[in-house]
Design a protein around this ligand. Structure first.
Ligand SMILES: C=C(O[C@@H]1C=C(C(=O)O)C=C[C@H]1O)C(=O)O
Length: 421
């Protein structure tokens, strides 16, 4: 049998050096994408190619498409930093069965900043390569972000949450799973469309240790790095185990110490570290896993955190690793399949692309993918509608009231960005 594959466009990418932009997020044209941390990163706009996928092979299919697309691409890159050359941005649903599926988008323009160096990439699909892009004409006549409309938040269903957490604890005690992550969605609506550009400057400023992103209507500032691949080196930041901040420095230091010693949180954390380490070990010649987690301080919460690194022993692309790492125990549970089934039966929610992978990949397969946490999805059909999400790892010792409080703290970045509280 001969399988007829769709013809692929021949892409050409040209990257030139430009002055490093002071504030990338201030320059995004309408509908543009973003991936920014501590002033470094990329904004991207226009669309040269796009791949939409659904179902359990959505990440695999996207990885295959990207491999085929990049094989014949012509890349001329004067800058050679992370993110220069040919790049696609993407985001994928948390669940296999989600109607939201996933997408990889190849933009026409990418403007980036990396350690004081700026770059501009133009990607074309018409065989016209070689000419150097011009920043002023690439940006065109950008309309500024529409001011944020006043939003109204829907009431949360606390009884449903309590019941879900109680059932999860009972199922854990019965030995069905060790840990399950339960999430809830909070809807908000406005009279006029919500422009992601009006949310990101706040997120990037207040949560500068997080990755502020916008890809296809999913916007947020996530602290959790699923996988970065950079010239054979892979890095993952695992978070699990959370405590709220009080705003009082001394009290927060005491809380950080209690988090570091809490057996409930350390157990929850160990599950997540193990799930990531197992995957990386199968691709790496060596993996470095610190013995003890550190406490990551964010403005709203503190997390137990472990940075895992490894050197790849074969040419795996970042998307191949993402496919295997997702869903990690930090957002699904342990064991994975049983936890995913429990989420389906207890949550009553399509998480969409919340808690799914979001990030970018370059022509060599390097890139950076996070877990789409501390995020909101702007409805593609009606951008006046927004859904925020937050979830908590449930273990045998979990209590509904403190998990509710934890989820409230995790909603804070998006609530504040949307001026809801
Ligand atoms: C599920 C979320 O966060 C995850 C769950 C955590 C926990 O349960 O302690 C901590 C960080 C994330 O891995 C979320 O932010 O919605």
């Amino acid at each position: 049998m001969t399988l007829q594959l769709p013809a692929m466009p021949t892409l050409a990418a040209r990257t030139i050096a430009v002055d490093a932009p002071e504030d990338l997020l201030a320059l995004i044209p309408d509908g543009g994408m973003a991936w920014v941390r501590r002033g470094d990163g990329m904004i991207a706009w226009g669309e040269v190619a796009r791949f939409d996928s659904r179902g359990s092979s959505r990440i695999d299919d996207a990885a295959t498409w990207w491999r085929r697309l990049t094989r014949h691409a012509v890349v001329r890159d004067d800058v050679h930093v992370r993110g220069s050359g040919l790049v696609a941005f993407g985001s994928f649903s948390f669940a296999d069965a989600s109607v939201h599926g996933g997408t990889l988008i190849v933009p026409r323009f990418i403007l980036g900043a990396r350690e004081g160096r700026g770059f501009l990439t133009e990607i074309s699909d018409d065989g016209a390569h070689g000419h150097a892009p011009d920043l002023a004409s690439a940006l065109g006549t950008t309309t500024p972000a529409a001011p944020l409309p006043r939003l109204t938040e829907e009431d949360g269903d606390r009884d449903a949450w309590n019941a879900a957490v109680e059932s999860a604890v009972a199922r854990i005690r019965a030995g069905e799973v060790d840990k399950v992550v339960l999430a809830r969605a909070v809807g908000a609506h406005a009279d006029s469309p919500v422009d992601p550009r009006s949310l990101m400057p706040y997120l990037a400023r207040e949560y500068d240790g997080c990755w502020t992103f916008h890809v296809d209507g999913l916007v947020g500032a996530t602290p959790e790095l699923l996988a970065r691949v950079d010239h054979g080196l892979v890095t993952s930041r695992v978070l699990a185990g959370t405590i709220r901040r009080t705003g009082d420095e001394t009290a927060d230091l005491a809380r950080a110490a209690s988090l570091a010693h809490s057996s409930k949180d350390r157990e929850e954390h160990a599950f997540a570290v193990r799930s990531v380490t197992q995957v990386l070990a199968s691709h790496c010649a060596s993996v470095n896993v610190p013995d003890e987690p550190f406490v990551l301080h964010l403005p709203n919460v503190m997390h137990l955190a472990t940075d895992i690194t490894g050197s790849l022993d074969h040419a795996a692309t970042v998307l191949e690793l993402v496919r295997e790492l997702h869903p990690s125990a930090a957002v699904c549970g342990t064991p994975t399949l049983a936890a995913a089934r429990l989420i389906d039966s207890l949550e009553g929610l399509d998480r969409g692309r919340y808690a799914g992978p979001v990030g970018w990949i370059d022509g060599a397969g390097d890139g950076e993918w996070c877990i789409g946490l501390r995020s909101a999805e702007i409805d593609a059909d009606d951008p006046r509608q927004v859904r925020m999400f937050a979830g908590c790892g449930i273990v045998a010792a979990s209590e509904p009231a403190s998990e509710w409080a934890e989820s409230e703290a995790k909603l804070e970045p998006m609530r504040h960005a949307l001026r809801l509280g």
